[in-house]
Design a protein around this ligand. Structure first.
Ligand SMILES: Cc1cc2nc3c(=O)[nH]c(=O)nc-3n(C[C@H](O)[C@H](O)[C@H](O)COP(=O)(O)OP(=O)(O)OC[C@H]3O[C@@H](n4cnc5c(N)ncnc54)[C@H](O)[C@@H]3O)c2cc1C
Length: 398
């Protein structure tokens, strides 16, 4: 269609903020790994809706799936700012790879923070060897509200007997193990389940395919009277919701980084188009109306990005970050959708072709306004903090 295709060049601000959070060697190696292990497969993963097993196993071999683990478990004891950089850069190429990394991080975080010594010894070293995991909270009748569940676990002398079905499980088509939530006598509890245990299977329901974040079907996990060793209860019985909320603080923060990766990719590709395309005898980027789109996008990406990395720094300081992580995901996911939408507009007809990546960016960005905590639920969390604070404010006199 007569469009001079200019290869997208990452805009310089993409590295400027990073210089403060990680050393140059780490960032160079990360960018090289993404160029080799993610970028070549990005379109195919989305088009065919397959789990990016090759990308994930390669990233695991380079240490990116066990970055924040202690060295005794094969990790690198890296901080969450570096971890977020991995999520951002891999999602710059493919958000499907980003969410594949997130389901690994969720299981790892739960076992690291709450798992008993025996479970930690069995599972944590396997992450550096490429263990693929999923986190299964959702059920057909329980999405945002997981305070009670239809999946039940009963303690017997032989171990925990678990029965139920979890839905919408990201990475479930390739997961070798799952962290699940099930209800016991004393409330919702967390369990570790391997995919080869008798009674464990996956099914592809009618809603398994999503239009965004396509890393393979979001399967149903069927737990048909599965017998789990007693040490596969993660932490204290009945504390599953509390543990989930804590874990979501971590995963929502890096989910924000995934959205930033999507937004940056859409921005860079739109900029390359606007620099290379001519209309009315000038480059599209020369139109002031088009520059204003870029100005808005750049300001919003910078703001959301700063918030994501500030949330990471708070995670590293072990602060309560429920508000920050919710704000980071809320803002970054919204900015990603807006940026992808404006990028389509800037690129005109080319923007809506299947050949261009903008459709993928838009679909991935929108799906992340729901997955991992919908924007409404995030606003509830922020609102709760604000409400608690408001109760300490003395009423104004007069
Ligand atoms: C791409 C994708 C991947 C996913 N991956 C996983 C996964 O790996 N593991 C997993 O367990 N789940 C997964 N999910 C499910 C996801 O966690 C749920 O979709 C999400 O929690 C919302 O639940 P729901 O869809 O049942 O919506 P519902 O809870 O039915 O909500 C419907 C609408 O009401 C709003 N709403 C609900 N409660 C409130 C409230 N209190 N105040 C205001 N508004 C409210 C919601 O925001 C939403 O807009 C995934 C979803 C998607 C889209």
């Amino acid at each position: 269609m007569g469009v001079r295709q200019t290869e997208a060049q990452p805009y310089e601000w993409s590295r400027k903020l990073w210089r403060d959070i990680a050393d140059a060697r780490f960032l160079d190696q990360l960018c090289a790994a993404v160029a080799d292990d993610v970028l070549p497969f990005a379109d195919q993963i989305d088009r065919e809706d397959v789990y990016p097993i090759e990308s994930i196993k390669r990233l695991a071999r380079k240490g990116y799936t066990s970055l924040t683990l202690e060295r005794k478990w094969g990790g690198q004891e890296a901080g969450f700012t570096e971890c977020a950089a991995v999520f951002e850069e891999s999602s710059y190429a493919s958000a499907a790879v980003g969410i594949s990394l997130i389901t690994i991080l969720q299981a790892q975080t739960l076992i690291k923070l709450f798992g008993g010594a025996s479970l930690q010894q069995q599972v944590l070293p396997q992450f550096s060897q490429g263990l693929i995991t999923s986190y299964a909270l959702t059920e057909a009748n329980h999405g945002s509200d997981i305070r009670s569940l239809d999946t039940k676990a009963v303690r017997t002398p032989e171990g925990w007997r678990v029965k139920g079905r979890k839905s919408f499980i990201t990475s479930g088509s390739a997961a070798e193990a799952y962290i699940i939530l099930a209800e016991t006598d004393v409330g919702v509890s967390t369990f570790f389940v391997r995919n080869d245990m008798p009674g464990v299977s996956t099914e592809q329901g009618p809603n398994a395919s999503t239009f965004g974040l396509r890393n393979g079907p979001h399967v149903d996990l069927v737990l048909d009277d599965v017998l789990l060793p007693l040490d596969h209860l993660v932490g204290q019985e009945g504390k599953g919701v509390r543990q989930a909320v804590t874990t979501l603080d971590f995963s929502r923060t890096v989910a924000g980084a995934i959205s930033i990766g999507i937004a940056r990719a859409a921005f860079d590709r739109a900029l390359a188009f606007a620099a290379g395309r001519t209309a009315f005898d000038q480059q599209v980027i020369e139109f002031q109306g088009i520059q204003w789109y870029f100005a808005d996008m750049m300001a919003e990406i910078d703001a959301a990005r700063l918030l994501v990395y500030e949330a990471c720094r708070s995670l590293d300081r072990h602060e309560d970050i429920a508000r920050y992580s919710s704000e980071a995901k809320l803002l970054a996911s919204r900015v990603a959708t807006r940026t992808a939408e404006q990028a389509v507009q800037i690129c005109g007809a080319y923007g809506v072709t299947e050949n261009a990546a903008f459709g993928r960016y838009l679909r991935d960005a929108k799906a992340y306004e729901i997955a991992g905590g919908s924007s409404e639920i995030l606003k509830n969390t922020i609102g709760k903090h604000l409400f608690r604070f408001s109760q300490n404010i003395m009423p104004a006199k007069g």
